[in-house]
Design a protein around this ligand. Structure first.
Ligand code: GUN
Length: 287
């Protein structure tokens, strides 16, 4: 069994990006610029946003976090997004989700200029992904595929099982696994006999948000297990994944940990997306 260190891989990716950014800044006269918007003060979201800002600093991406109160109206948020859309010094816009009740997330996402949508959540980017057209790839699914590629894990012809069907992870990682020629099954809250289906997976990607849901008996001997969950262990209060790591590690060939697995790669891929949007923006400006 080998633990895939997302943390180390993310560090290497950020280092490469930092070197690239130095060159680009010389060529284009400025660094990439990412704006993160956080509405309210949900502790989980605050911690994610802090992590994103820190990574941007490491890579040499200019960044700012705009914090708005929980009472912000949808129209105020949309006005801010529209202003950032037309600001040529801004390359990437990220609105941290979830948004407070009363703000329509879909409306906010579709208002972000698709060229600045570093999350890859805009419907045009989603459509482009499903049609294999050039697009911004969502960060977590991109990070998951990168983790496996970097480990030399063959996906073609393998049986992959994704648990969860969210827009952020389940659906896009399903498509990216198909693009790698895996045969993908998607399980969800209404799936019957989920343990049996999981136990047939060569590659198992739990993204359901239930602490330690995946146990050894649900995992095939030698399977690759990529844990996307970020939960609080109800017993210890510590961060934990959707996989009962100590139990499942006895069966898996490769496994990721929480924290230190998918999370850091998600953030590194966000930095990569920001650089991609910046390069696109520079080209569009004829630079
Ligand atoms: N909330 C949880 N994951 C994400 C993400 O990848 N992007 C944004 N914007 N919000 C999130």
């Amino acid at each position: 069994m080998e633990v895939i260190s997302g943390k180390e891989m993310a560090a290497a990716l950020k280092q490469q990006l930092a070197a690239d950014v130095v060159g680009y800044a010389e060529k284009y006269g400025r660094k990439p610029n990412l704006v993160v918007i956080l509405v309210g003060d949900d502790p989980g979201s605050v911690s994610y946003v802090t992590g994103k800002a820190k990574a941007a600093d490491e890579v040499g991406i200019d960044n700012s976090t705009i914090r708005l109160s929980e009472q912000t109206t949808e129209e105020e948020l949309l006005d801010l997004v529209r202003a950032l859309n037309v600001d040529t010094s801004v390359d990437g816009i990220l609105v941290q989700l979830p948004l407070p009740n009363g703000i329509n997330e879909e409306k906010v996402i579709e208002t972000i200029a698709k060229e600045k949508d570093v999350d890859g959540f805009h419907p045009m980017n989603v459509a482009a992904l499903w049609q294999k057209r050039p697009c911004v790839l969502p960060c977590t699914p991109k990070g998951i595929i990168r983790l496996m590629k970097n480990m030399g894990i063959e996906m073609a012809g393998k049986r992959a099982v994704v648990i969860g069907r969210s827009n952020i992870v389940g659906l896009p990682v399903t498509k990216l696994l198909m693009d790698e020629n895996a045969t993908v099954t998607v399980c969800h809250s209404r799936t019957k006999d989920i343990a049996k289906i999981c136990s047939e997976a060569d590659i198992l990607v739990p993204a359901l948000g239930r602490p330690k849901f995946v146990k050894a008996e649900m995992v095939k001997e030698g399977a690759v297990v990529i844990d996307v969950g970020v939960n609080r262990d109800p017993e210890t209060g510590k961060l934990c994944g959707d996989v009962d790591f100590d139990d499942v590690a006895t069966k898996a060939s490769y496994i990721t940990k929480v924290p230190g697995g998918v999370g850091p790669m998600t953030i590194a891929c966000l930095m990569e997306n920001t650089v991609e949007c910046y390069l696109h923006n520079m080209k569009a400006q004829g630079k």
